[in-house]
Design a binder for this molecule. Sequence first.
Ligand code: ASP
Length: 600
Amino acid sequence: MKRTHHCNELCLEQAGEDVVLSGWVHSCRDLGGVIFIDVRDREGRTQLVFDPQETDVALVEVASKLHSESVITVSGKVRQRPDETENSKIPTGQIEVVAASMEVNNEAAVLPFQIDDPETAAKVNEELRLQYRYIDLRRPEIMRNMQLRSKVATATRVFMEEQGFLEVETPTLFKSTPEGAREFLVPSRISPGEFYALPQSPQQFKQILMCSGVDKYFQLARCYRDEDLRSDRQPEFTQVDIEMSFIERDDIYELIEAYLKRVWKVALGCNIETPFPRISYKEVMDRWGSDKPDTRFGLEIVDFTENFASSEFKVFSGAIDGGGVVKALNAKGYACVTQGQMEAMTDTAKSFGAKGLAFIKVENGEWKSPIVKFFSEEEKAALQEKLNIEEGDLILFAADEWLNACEILGKIRLYAAEKLQSLGKLVVPKDQFNFLWVVDFPLLAFDKEMNRWYSSHHPFTSPVEEDIPNLISDPKSVRGQHYDIVVNGVELGGGSIRIHQPEVQKTIFEEVLQLSSEVSQSRFGYMLEAFKYGCPPHGGIALGFDRLIALLCGADSIRDVVAFPKTAKGSCLMTNSPAGVEARQLRDLRVEIKIAKKEE
Ligand code: ASP
């Protein structure tokens, strides 16, 4: 028997037809000797009826004993469901198939967990679900994510082809280069003692492809980073990786806006407004305390440095004297904050080195706070005016170096927003997408521990042309031609216009980032060399494909949009990797294992 339809296809139109369906036993009910089986495949499900009045009794008997998730092929006749037994929740809910014959293709053993009820299935321990990922993937909610992922991948290829891009694959066995994250290493058997590294991104290859004249490159690229994993990270992930020649920043903005417009249309059928706002790094930090701000709600941070410059309250004026700033935000309606929540926010401030968290609670018409008594009338008036303070509000302050003050309040803003949402005092619309570009990043950031500058994006990012003369004399002031695309508090991607002059690249490596000339030669010599033989000006971007799909699916975790994800410890519970290898394999590689004690 060969199937004639998939399990989400039949409707009244086919009533009376003989059909064959194949799939998994989703659920099985015995109603007074009549067996109802929902047979399910990737597309959906259809009700089969095994009624001793209409079907061979032996077959009804077999059907009644089937375990969930057994695979069957059934032939039968489509008929309209009797009145009042229709199921309006599923597309095939008006019909059923009266079984005539059945093959049991594979009898399933008792399952480690049930998947017929979405709510109970979603509550199953994630480790168990990952161990039996093939069962978990059958859940319609996860299968829908896989289908959407495939659809968006296809839309990406179609769009890029229309725009004149070439899809080029770049190597997975690469070379260790200090680009930022820790790399996975692969020992070479043929060259004992030497290693490949898995690429963190195809960055260098895509730039070299520009030197080759590819002009417009893209790839759905696999990337690898050996980092401690946070909830939204995987050690291997996919990027929509893009590079173009002879362009400026605006060309990238336009391309990505058109691309995301297409993707949102294809995936969700909705129209997103373009162009997206372009906001400087300074402004996003000042207003939202994050370089990936969620702008779907207010609670914006306000600056009070001028107002408190000569304040009696020395904690504020002292911070300003020391070159810092005073900032505050009004968590509207959050005067009901609990002691524990206040402590959690104070801990956030302390984790940035602050001594505490100054606050004002507005209750019964009074500003309740240990610090208000130090404020002058003008200072209070400034707070009132700029923060629109009302009964029930909670004002939170940070007095610190600019970046710290912004980041402290940025974290507190998100925390307060989450609590206010659960109290029903703030609504953050789930189906609204607030895209924006963050631009004008500083090219460099300073690592206090290592006492040296590092690239805020990566070392191939071009400085703004007119700032190049200040690279050595005033690195802090140099702006980078780097941009991030952000939506609803998620960094969807980032990129930059690149350096294409070998001498500027060498200055960045050796004089600014202080790589010795041997290191810069051995790691990046081929790139500096390539730049000498005709390198066009170029730039690009990479978007996190897994994150993009998670956003479109409304999934909380990227694990729900990756077919075979790893746990937070980097293991695949289904295949049990990573795992030991045979001594013979290590001998071939001439690798010996000594597990060193972990450094504290
Ligand atoms: N390669 C960069 C990254 O992975 C993106 C880019 O600059 O194009 O973040």
